[in-house]
Design a protein around this ligand. Structure first.
Ligand SMILES: CC(C)(COP(=O)(O)OP(=O)(O)OC[C@H]1O[C@@H](n2cnc3c(N)ncnc32)[C@H](O)[C@@H]1OP(=O)(O)O)[C@@H](O)C(=O)NCCC(=O)NCCS
Length: 188
């Protein structure tokens, strides 16, 4: 049985931020980024949140022998769809450490996030995926979103897809909205 913990600022220890930075750094294109500096910027970003509680981000993590080896972030986001404004679960920073891949840890942290969609806290989850991770998400019941995804708050190009990876994907136990989804902010 894999134990998934939920971490929410301000109750995330400095040592956990260091471990998270070490893990998340593996995903970065710029591998030269200093781990301590990354941990500090994550700590500041997560600890300075002052918005409404229902929009506060949380992390789902798994530890193995005391080390954080898998992570998924859930960022609640109000989005504009053909049905009106909906509270969606933004999913990002999904990673399991290369040493533990194939042991179900990646699935466990993403499932923990999707449990909040199944429970009705969010209408759906929306996220981006690299091409080589698409099959992982599809096994979890996710689908590619082919409708336009935009950020109308991008003054330079409000019609542009705010995500940068190959695929935008969704997870929902209910119907997804038809047509365009406006994420009302930058990609994550
Ligand atoms: C994608 C990733 C999170 C998977 O983590 P993991 O811990 O190895 O995954 P799990 O062991 O929980 O695998 C769950 C299921 O997905 C399958 N799976 C895992 N990675 C897969 C992939 N890249 N493509 C297709 N299926 C995959 C597993 O075989 C397993 O299938 P099963 O349930 O039938 O046994 C991990 O490979 C990773 O961190 N990759 C680098 C970062 C990344 O790409 N993150 C996604 C950002 S878009």
């Amino acid at each position: 049985m894999i134990r998934v913990e939920t971490l929410m600022a301000p109750d995330i220890a400095d040592g956990d931020f260091l471990q998270l930075a070490s893990l998340i750094r593996l995903m970065l294109r710029d591998k030269s980024r200093d781990e301590r500096e990354l941990a500090e910027s994550m700590r500041q970003e997560w600890s300075s949140y002052s918005g409404p509680p229902e929009l506060q981000g949380r992390r789902f993590i798994v530890r193995d022998s005391g080390r954080i080896v898998a992570n998924a972030d859930l960022l609640p986001r109000k989005m504009l769809t053909s049905r009106g404004r909906e509270l969606a679960a933004g999913l990002c920073a999904v990673i399991s450490h290369p040493d533990v891949r194939g042991r179900g840890f990646g699935k466990a942290v993403v499932r923990a996030a999707f449990d909040h969609v199944d429970s009705g806290d969010f209408s759906f989850a929306l996220f981006q995926s690299r091409d080589d991770a698409r099959g992982f998400y599809e096994k979890l019941g996710c689908h590619v979103v082919y409708s336009p995804v935009i950020n109308s708050r991008n003054d330079e190009d409000p019609e542009e897809n705010p995500f940068w990876e190959e695929w935008v994907m969704s997870y929902s136990i209910a119907e997804m909205p038809d047509g365009e989804i406006d994420v009302l902010g930058p990609g994550y």
